[in-house]
Ligand binder design. Structure first.
Ligand SMILES: Nc1ncnc2c1ncn2[C@@H]1O[C@H](COP(=O)(O)OP(=O)(O)OP(=O)(O)O)[C@@H](O)[C@H]1O
Length: 303
């Protein structure tokens, strides 16, 4: 539903996005992650036709994207924020933005979108009196009111309080369940871990990791094994069939072994004379994965 193929963008001599490729299918909530300046916003702008790639293609629902492309009517977008007219009410601003689509008022999902925005009577007040969070929620309402098949949201949780973040998460999950493809950028890794089904991680404009969240976190194939001799255990496991990765960390051995049950690991170790104290599932946090694939670059979400 959303695809980037060889997407590249330069600003002067700086290459903001380099040969980026990924896809988001219907039913997926994909989080686009990366340290500050990694190229997330530049990528999203190209995906919705707000800027032209220097190379590569952006497609939505199998159609190439460009400024004013028809397919964009089916996309809910929150990037940089729409320019609300400050002396008009929230509702009048929504009407104005909707008028640009050439379709009759009201939009198909207006009530749900307003519900999520939770502005209540304030939707009738002038936007210039809105707080940052209220403006952000009005922006979300404009992205969601069209009942989009595709959502592309740049840091949608910015300025929202925890209850609002949760409501947003639930709504995005609901939209994905009903067949939408959702791409969100975020710095809030703990939040992303609860929301995303897939992740794409960028660093310095390039793709550094992508795939289903479960797989990237280790899934069922990763184990943490406590033994009496980590060096020997690591050597034995590296020679064991099905084992694809072995690392020693904090006095334990982390093993990835697709298709091998914990019993198999214990047998291999005990058979080689290594004492096994415990074997547990070793899923990593998204923060650990993020810091590993971005070489620990500053990430303000790590707070
Ligand atoms: N219009 C522009 N002109 C010049 N340089 C730009 C422009 N937009 C972005 N850049 C540069 O391109 C790089 C990628 O920026 P981008 O905003 O896409 O990153 P980001 O991952 O969204 O960052 P953040 O998480 O801080 O929002 C940065 O080095 C940025 O300074």
């Amino acid at each position: 539903m959303i695809s980037a193929d060889g997407l590249s963008k330069r600003y002067g001599r700086r290459e903001a996005v380099s040969g980026l490729g990924f896809a988001v299918e219907a039913g997926q909530v994909c989080a686009l992650l990366g340290p500050n300046g990694a190229g997330k916003t530049s990528t999203m702008r190209m995906l919705v036709g707000l800027s032209r790639p220097d190379a590569g293609t952006a497609r939505i629902l199998d159609e190439p994207v460009g400024l004013g492309a028809r397919v964009l009517r089916r996309v809910g977008v929150l990037i940089d924020g729409p320019a609300f007219v400050p002396h008009m009410s929230g509702m009048a601003n929504l009407k104005l933005l909707w008028a640009a689509t050439g379709r009759a008022w009201p939009p198909p999902a207006l009530d749900d979108a307003l519900d999520l925005a939770g502005l209540g009577a304030a939707v009738g007040r002038k936007v210039k009196g809105y707080s940052t969070g209220m403006k952000q929620r009005l922006m979300l309402a404009q992205a969601l009111m069209r009942a989009p098949d595709v959502l592309i949201l740049d840091e949608p949780a910015n300025g929202l309080d925890p209850a609002e973040v949760r409501a947003l998460r639930e709504r995005l999950a609901e939209l994905a369940r009903s067949g939408a493809a959702v791409l969100v950028s975020s710095h809030q890794l703990a939040e992303v871990q609860q929301l995303a089904t897939h992740i794409v991680v960028m660093n310095h404009g390039r793709l550094v990791a992508s795939g289903p969240l479960d797989e990237l976190l280790g899934g069922e194939d990763a184990h943490r094994v406590e033994v009496d001799d980590t060096a020997r255990a690591a050597a034995v496991l590296r020679e064991t069939r099905s084992v694809t990765a072995v690392t020693v960390q904090d006095g334990a051995v982390l093993v990835t072994a697709p298709g091998l049950a914990p019993d198999g690991l214990v047998q291999a170790l005990v058979g080689a004379g290594v004492g096994v104290l415990s074997v547990n599932r070793a899923s990593r946090t998204l923060e650990e994965v993020f810091l590993t694939v971005t070489d620990g670059e500053d990430e303000h979400a790590a707070r």
